[in-house]
Design a binder for this molecule. Structure first.
Ligand SMILES: Nc1ncnc2c1ncn2[C@@H]1O[C@H](COP(=O)(O)O)[C@@H](OP(=O)(O)O)[C@H]1O
Ligand SMILES: [Mg+2]
Ligand SMILES: [Mg+2]
Ligand SMILES: [Mg+2]
Length: 307
């Protein structure tokens, strides 16, 4: 790895390969057919794919970057992993990018990486494989600055021979791995949860009078819909996603001009001492300038409930 590249670029370049490796583990667990499902709470599933993908990512990252803080959804994990899960190479194309001044001299101690090894577990267990993503979010201080979203089953529905793609974004640099498309003007398409709604979350969606509501799995998947012009907003008026669900999606979306905040427009913090719950819900827009409209049109009782 080119040691001369700034840490943020080396970390993002390495995380791309780690997320790709985790995606292969997710496909392997699925095709072997033993999902090993555990319910961590109420409708809060974990599978062997979540556990193994997290071990792969954390073991690989912590060997390469021993002084960064890594927080993964599936808790502290045993870092002894099969040798073929250990990633050692990076996606070289990122190392040549121009790094913005404010990120040039970031040190490992300032970095927190938020890992969601498998986002959309509920949908994964039901075979809705295109909803699944692997999320690696990079925070400096309390800000989400970079994100990797790997979609292990991209191409599955169209019968593609080689599956998977990896999207990335770094604030101040831009995005890669896909072509950003703005959603159609004069329409309102809203993406929301498929498996974790409640009456308050439904009330918020109804108040926004969408032309179409897309109820799909995964925070990563919903933000991808915004980035590819398939939805205008992602609205989830419930405080049950966590920082690893939003760190990478926020960074990639904001690197291309969108926004992701709580339902009142407040930015989440991603430093190592922050709480994990996104207690204020999730509001993301493809065009950041639309954000204020959504905040204004979300009923006051919903915003109050998510304080
Ligand atoms: N009530 C709840 N309980 C557990 N997890 C929840 C939840 N509401 C949202 N989440 C998690 O937030 C992410 C996005 O939710 P959704 O797909 O419903 O929009 C998923 O991440 P994971 O699949 O990584 O756990 C989901 O499990
Ligand atoms: Mg989960
Ligand atoms: Mg998740
Ligand atoms: Mg997960």
């Amino acid at each position: 790895m080119a040691q001369s590249s700034p840490l943020i670029l080396r970390l993002a370049a390495f995380s791309i390969n780690a997320a790709n490796r985790a995606g292969k583990i997710i496909r392997d667990v699925w095709s072997q057919g033993e999902l090993g499902i555990v319910d961590k709470g109420k409708n809060d599933l974990q599978t062997e794919a979540d556990r193994s993908a997290q071990r792969c990512i954390i073991a690989s990252l912590s060997r390469q970057f021993p002084n960064i803080t890594i927080i993964g959804e599936e808790g502290s994990t045993n870092c002894e992993v099969p040798s073929d899960w250990l990633v050692t190479e990076s996606d070289e194309s990122l190392l040549q990018l121009n790094c913005p001044k404010e990120l040039l001299s970031v040190s490992e101690k300032e970095v927190v990486v938020w890992v969601d090894p498998l986002d959309g577990t509920s949908e994964y267990t039901q075979g809705l494989l295109e909803h699944v993503t692997v999320l690696v979010g990079i925070a400096v201080g309390s800000k989400a600055v970079g994100g990797i979203i790997h979609q292990p089953y991209y191409g599955h529905a169209s019968g593609a021979e080689s599956l998977g793609r990896t999207l990335w974004g770094i604030k101040g640099i831009g995005v890669g791995g896909f072509t950003p498309i703005l959603p159609p003007a004069n329409q309102r398409i809203i993406a929301t949860t498929r498996s974790h709604s409640n009456p308050l979350a439904e009330q918020a969606i109804e108040a926004l009078k969408a032309d179409k509501v897309l109820a799909v799995g995964g925070a990563g998947h919903k933000v991808m819909l915004l980035m590819e012009g398939k939805a205008h907003a992602y609205v989830f008026a419930r405080g049950t996603t966590k920082r690893w669900d939003t760190c990478a999606p926020e960074a990639v979306l904001e690197a291309m001009g969108g926004r992701l905040t709580d339902m009142r427009g407040g930015q989440y913090e991603y430093d190592q001492n922050t709480i994990h719950e996104n207690t204020g819900g999730v509001l993301a827009t493809a065009k950041g300038e639309d954000h204020a409209w959504y905040i204004q049109n979300i009923p006051e009782n919903v915003r109050e409930a998510l304080k």
